[in-house]
Design a protein around this ligand. Structure first.
Ligand code: MLT
Length: 409
């Protein structure tokens, strides 16, 4: 008799975005004339940059000729041309020295942030912000590291670190010992960004507790404040305690193309039962190359073009367009009397629901009255209750129209 992995049965309802999709489809079916504006899932709407398209076309042509055809990427970790461009453009200008063997190209930060926990023991205590990107929690539930959920959807063995308006949505250090810490800045869903002093506290905590920080920086390209760190490695000592995840999805419109990368420093250590240290980098390399066969040559060529002078300029224009949408949402909704957070260094606006409305109630009301789709804050964790997330990824006209329609909510 085949047994199921019962950890999967501990997962809460469906994954958040399919559940939203289900409610929106039901609404659309019942209201076929409604012009629904989607500010829910953070999926990009602008096409790929011309420089990326050109590079991908060239790569397709290369694949058509015997002398320039590419099969498997032998290293399994990504092509040197992309790894070098990442090091030179994303890290060197910030004074961060990364070695090529510390970079792993992958097909997405969702997969990498979800998969990374696999290489750590099952008894590690996991700490997450609340609210949080659901992937960090759900993958630890699947692994059997969390216990069961209570009636608020909180898992007994996870340490939740509440992010509220009182702490500017940046979590305080936990009072319990945590081994594996997930941090995401700019934050999904709140749009908050930790400054260097705040990150330094986490690095210090991780060093003291021999913990590891999984730092999700998928939205770093949306930071406009020059004082804010884009990488956790801008903090002294972070290479000893942190893995960093970056993605081309939101930065360069690759949600449907799939390319991301993860930095696993050589200095990063985890510990064996006898207390002796072992390097994490070769273990991740082993796992990555065993379960993953690389991102296509065509995609990696497209990603490398993001760093060309034309590519940089083009993606910057698109990011500015999305951030001007975020500003429209913040301004428009503040004018209507809502409390809004985020939306300045991140493409997400975190909106406090009016008194008496829970997240899902307000989600339904906004859908019904304004035909606008947001994401209920409660879907990101108990501390997200009472908030709705609005994404800035849409056409400006649609965003303007959505904001206007909030007058009817
Ligand atoms: C979101 O809306 O939170 C993101 O699009 C999800 C993701 O990047 O996987």
């Amino acid at each position: 008799m085949i047994n199921i992995n019962e950890n999967f049965l501990k997962l809460q309802a469906g994954y958040l975005f399919p559940e939203i999709g289900r409610r929106v489809s039901a609404f659309a079916k019942a209201n076929p004339d409604a012009d629904i504006i989607k500010l829910g899932i953070g999926d990009v709407t602008e096409p790929l940059a011309p420089a990326v398209i050109e590079a991908m076309h060239d790569a397709v042509d290369e694949m058509s000729r015997i002398e320039t055809f590419h099969g498997y990427d032998d290293s399994g970790r990504g092509y040197d041309f992309l790894i070098d461009a990442i090091i030179k453009n994303d890290y060197a200008p910030r004074g961060v020295k990364i070695e090529p063997s510390e970079v792993f190209i992958s097909d997405g930060s969702k997969c990498d942030t979800g998969n990374f926990q696999e290489i750590f023991g099952i008894d590690n205590v996991v700490g997450v912000a609340d609210p949080v990107y659901p992937v960090y929690v759900d993958t630890n539930v699947m692994a059997g590291r969390t216990g069961s959920a209570d009636d608020k959807g909180r898992y007994g063995k996870i340490v939740y670190m509440p992010c509220t308006a009182q702490n500017d949505f940046v979590p305080e250090l936990p009072t319990k010992d945590v081994d594996l810490i997930y941090l995401c800045f700019p934050n999904n869903p709140t749009g908050a960004v930790a400054n260097k002093a705040q990150l330094a506290k986490w690095v210090e905590y991780a060093k003291e507790h021999k913990s590891i920080i999984l730092f999700d920086a998928a939205y770093e390209a949306f930071i406009s404040d020059p004082e804010l760190p884009h990488s956790i490695y801008e903090i002294d000592g972070a290479k000893e305690v942190a893995v960093e995840f970056r993605s081309f999805s939101k930065t360069a419109g690759f949600t449907g193309v799939r390319c991301a990368f993860t930095i696993v420093p050589k200095k990063l250590k985890a510990y064996k039962a006898d207390g002796s240290a072992c390097e994490v980098n070769p273990i991740w390399a082993r796992r990555h190359c065993t379960k993953f066969n690389g991102v296509s040559y065509i995609t990696q060529k497209g990603a490398a073009a993001v760093y060309s002078p034309a590519g940089k300029k083009q993606i910057r224009q698109t990011i500015e367009l999305y951030m001007s949408n975020a500003a429209l949402i913040c301004r428009g909704l503040s004018d209507l009397g809502y409390d809004v957070y985020g939306g300045v260094n991140a493409p997400y606006v975190w909106l406090k629901t009016p008194a008496g409305f829970g997240s899902w109630n307000f989600f339904d009301r906004v859908l019904e009255k304004a035909h606008v789709v947001g994401t209920p804050g409660a879907g990101f964790g108990a501390a997200g209750e009472g908030y709705l997330r609005l994404s800035a990824f849409n056409k400006t006209e649609k965003v303007k129209e959505a904001v206007k329609r909030f007058e009817q909510v």
